[in-house]
Design a binder for this molecule. Structure first.
Ligand code: HEC
Length: 159
């Protein structure tokens, strides 16, 4: 019963937050499962953090790729490789398994992600190390997504 009330509140507050726009409604389907957690459907799909609207990827932007590569090489390669697990998971195909928004929220809010998100909890259990918060800005995180999408060989999730 408490759970039903919570869900009703979560869904109605999402509707308010999204203002009912078509794109936003698509980004946060009320029917998506949030089973076994206190997360909203949006958070289950796109992660918990500062990015609260689903990012939709357009054509690859080469300038953004270059910026993302620079930030990645400076702040991420101590723990991540593209093709193999290192301190953290291999990231070459991460854009095929997670939404762009999920990746940004993981970069921007790793601690809460591993404490509250089922995927984050699972990753922490596998890697036994906390991903560090690198003080990345939202713009830098967006650029990293653009770089990572160019590393994937599989089908990249565009939203
Ligand atoms: C101190 C090591 C460390 C650093 C530095 C680090 N990470 Fe991580 N990362 C991890 C670990 C470990 C995990 C798995 C979750 C956990 O255990 O905290 C992870 C998880 C991730 C995930 C989720 C992967 C998936 O399969 O969903 C992404 C995306 C990610 N990191 C991106 C980055 C980016 C981008 C940077 C640089 C801005 C970065 N990480 C810096 C250690 C690190």
């Amino acid at each position: 019963m408490r759970r039903m009330i919570f869900l009703a509140v979560a869904v109605s507050s999402l509707a308010v937050a999204c203002g009912g726009g078509d794109k936003a409604a698509q980004a946060a389907p009320a029917s998506a499962p949030a089973a076994g957690s206190d997360l909203s459907a949006f958070e289950v799909e796109h992660g918990i953090g500062p990015v609260k609207e689903a990012l939709v990827l357009g054509a690859v932007d080469p300038a953004l790729v270059a910026q993302g590569k620079t930030v990645f090489e400076g702040k991420c390669t101590a723990c991540h490789k593209m093709a193999e697990k290192y301190v953290g998971p291999a990231l070459g195909e991460v854009t095929t398994r997670r939404s762009p928004t999920f990746i940004m929220n993981m970069i921007l809010n790793p601690q809460e992600m591993v404490e509250r998100h089922p995927v984050g909890k699972q990753l922490l259990a596998e890697h036994m190390t906390f991903m560090a918060n690198q003080g990345i800005t939202v713009e830098e995180a967006r650029a990293i997504v653009e770089y990572l999408r160019t590393q994937a060989t599989g089908t990249v999730k565009t939203q």
